[in-house]
Design a protein around this ligand. Structure first.
Ligand SMILES: [Mn+2]
Length: 343
């Protein structure tokens, strides 16, 4: 059903897992629900179904509201807090598996150590333009909801539907956050997976409650403020918001608390693209979302040093390189939009 999954690739993957003794599983920087869900699910299966003792490694610490996902007893290393431990886990592994990113560059500081490692390397991903030459085995297609879903079809192709409960929960979580709770990137295979997971006893209500009903009050007030006071709409039908350090401090912002904010302006009929820039030390992280027919991917590639999916992409604006100072970011965004739509 998923074209990049063939019997021979499944057999190759299973053979690599069977012969592995030290496995490192990695997700991308600023790990989201899909990165955490897919890596956690794979590790749980490696442990419970194959008796392995894998590590999961992220370049940095995820948002608080997603920390319930790794709660499955898998040793989890955050490289921003434990850089030496992350490096030794990568260097000591014989198998490195990367999920939910198109290349090792998305693991930031861990990219080079991963490329240089003598381990066999495997990619499981759903972004555009995978860097296939970095890997010994690649499962990749953009025609799927999430890395979590792609992993589900790989795992059930190997083990059947008897996946451990924690793995099923992590997969359903990753798909739910990447599709914005079935709002985008939903394929027939996505509905089939969701149906199977629920039929097999996965508690969707519990997952929805943990993802969407456990925020802090600050988050709701910040979301309201950004929409009311900071959202600008350009004549090109593009909305943008800039979340500066000053606003972050005012609302006691924590990493991940604006999840979903960039999608909100798309609910305006005349808006075809939405951009959110969030200040971090020395740069602004940029999220781009678009309606069908407008390419978030192309804007992110051309102006924000990034990419991702056709209608959901990310990137960054570097202070000192792309703009002289944080105050120049709105102008940089407006000029990028003007140039992009004039092309
Ligand atoms: Mn994803």
């Amino acid at each position: 059903m998923v074209p990049c999954i063939t019997d021979s690739k499944l057999a190759q993957f299973k053979g690599m897992l069977d012969s592995a003794s030290k496995v490192a599983v990695l997700g991308h920087t600023h790990p989201d629900g899909d990165a955490i869900g897919s890596t956690t699910a794979l590790c749980v299966c490696l442990r419970d179904l194959l008796g392995k003792a894998p590590y999961v490694i992220y370049p940095d610490t995820p948002a608080d509201n997603l920390l319930f996902i790794p709660d499955a007893g898998i040793p989890c290393i955050f490289a921003d807090k434990s850089p030496a431990e992350a490096l030794s886990a990568i260097e000591g592994s014989d198998t490195v598996i990367l999920l939910d990113c198109r290349s090792f560059s998305r693991t930031e500081q861990l990219g080079d150590p991963c490329r240089k490692a003598s381990a066999r390397k495997i990619l499981i991903d759903h972004h555009l333009d995978p860097q296939e030459d970095e890997f010994d085995l690649v499962f990749s297609t953009p025609d799927i909801s999430s890395a979590s879903e792609l992993l589900y079809w790989i795992l059930t192709g190997i083990f059947g539907r008897n996946l451990p409960e924690k793995a099923r929960e992590a997969i359903l979580t990753g798909m739910t956050t990447d599709t914005n709770n079935f709002a985008n990137s939903v394929f027939p295979s996505t509905m089939k997976m969701a149906s199977e997971l629920i039929a097999d006893g996965t508690d969707r209500d519990k997952i929805l409650n943990l993802i969407y009903n456990c925020y802090r009050e600050n988050r709701i007030r910040l979301m309201g403020y950004m929409q009311c006071s900071e959202m600008k709409i350009l004549p090109e039908g593009v909305a943008y918001m800039v979340l500066t350090k000053e606003i972050q401090e005012k609302f006691g912002y924590r990493e991940g608390e604006t999840e979903g904010l960039v999608n909100v302006p798309l609910s305006i009929g005349t808006v075809r693209m939405s951009i959110l820039a969030t200040e971090k030390d020395g740069l602004f992280r940029v999220s781009v979302r678009s309606k069908k027919g407008t390419s978030a991917q192309n804007l992110a590639v051309q102006f924000f040093r990034g990419g991702g999916h056709e209608n959901a992409a990310g990137g960054k604006i570097l202070i000192g390189e792309d703009v002289p100072s944080p105050a120049d970011v709105p102008t940089y965004i407006e000029n990028s939009v003007k140039t992009f739509f004039a092309l």
